[in-house]
Design a protein around this ligand. Structure first.
Ligand code: HEM
Length: 67
């Protein structure tokens, strides 16, 4: 909730964390959702390309707003 990360507390969806881990771009977020990373599962085959585009845009927009 609110951009937090219950699995890896440092890697939140908040703007400062996204920038710190060079994740504050649509492409970086889309790649993360598509391929997963560490304890984050891949959504390949579970979300369509459009859904991944939409969720990446949502995460970036919310991070700019401060969630
Ligand atoms: C479509 C839904 C999801 C989106 C858009 C999403 C997005 C992201 C993004 C952008 C990051 C990078 C955060 C950063 O570096 O500050 C991240 C990291 C992470 N996410 Fe997700 N996530 C999703 C679903 C999940 C789910 C379902 C889980 C766990 C069950 C999860 C677990 C994690 C973990 C553990 C990390 C840190 C990975 C690492 O060590 O680098 N995510 N997520």
């Amino acid at each position: 909730m609110g951009g937090g990360n219950v699995v890896n507390a440092g890697k939140t969806l908040k703007k400062d964390a996204l920038e710190k881990y060079e994740m504050a771009s649509l492409n970086a977020i889309k790649n993360q959702v598509l391929n997963g990373k560490a304890a984050m599962p891949s959504f390949k085959g579970r979300l369509s390309a459009t859904q991944i585009d939409d969720v990446a845009a949502y995460v970036l927009e919310q991070s700019e707003k401060g969630w």
